[in-house]
Design a binder for this molecule. Structure first.
Ligand SMILES: CC(C)(COP(=O)(O)OP(=O)(O)OC[C@H]1O[C@@H](n2cnc3c(N)ncnc32)[C@H](O)[C@@H]1OP(=O)(O)O)[C@@H](O)C(=O)NCCC(=O)NCCS
Length: 166
């Protein structure tokens, strides 16, 4: 089968996106967070809230024919979210492709860094992609991890640029 095609999500794609998120949360994240937390998070990814976010945040989808098998979002401030790969497609490099798309788009838009809140299940994935872990974030008994990936080339980082000028 040819690799999934990645394109920007549009409003008509949102019912499919909501289904993908709900399924992935239940299969991949429920063991860490429990059903109540997962249902609360899933409610933020129903069609109406997704539709509101789509107006200001780019969402990329990975398609196998007409089936959405992965998605991720990139906000203008570098916030990454809504990152889900269908449980049957995880571990095959699709997350890597989606993240590469986000990094390319962010660099093209001059965004200096990506930030996100990692699930426990995704921590290793982000660390393997160069993200640096920050503080734990607690929401009740739900722990996520603040992560950051610097995109600015080292030579252009302000501290070094200043040092070179002085
Ligand atoms: C986190 C997530 C988006 C990553 O997507 P993915 O498609 O599984 O990611 P990849 O396949 O690119 O990489 C996953 C792992 O498989 C490995 N891998 C990549 N290609 C592979 C291949 N062809 N064969 C075997 N393993 C492979 C990677 O090395 C990686 O290993 P690591 O976790 O030790 O770093 C996905 O697992 C997911 O949806 N998780 C549940 C939801 C979630 O927690 N989302 C994050 C919210 S912050």
């Amino acid at each position: 089968m040819s690799p999934p095609r990645i394109s920007l999500l549009r409003q008509p794609d949102l019912p499919e996106a909501a289904r993908l998120v709900a399924l992935t949360l239940r299969v991949s994240n429920q063991p860490d967070y429990g059903a109540a937390n997962v249902e609360r998070v899933a409610s933020n990814f129903r069609v109406v809230p997704l539709s509101r976010r789509l107006r200001r945040v780019s969402h990329f989808g990975a398609w196998e024919r007409r089936r959405l098998v992965g998605m991720v979002s990139l906000a203008p401030d570098g916030g990454v979210g809504a990152f889900f790969v269908h449980p049957a497609r995880q571990g095959c490099g699709l997350g890597h492709r989606l993240l590469s798309t986000v990094i390319r788009e962010a660099k093209g838009a001059g965004i200096p860094a990506l930030t996100l809140r990692s699930s426990l299940a995704a921590e290793r994935f982000y660390l393997a992609h160069g993200f640096v872990a920050g503080d734990d974030i607690w929401h009740g008994d739900e722990r996520t991890i603040a992560m950051r990936l610097d995109l600015a080339p080292a030579a252009l980082k302000p501290a070094r640029a200043r040092a070179r000028l002085s």
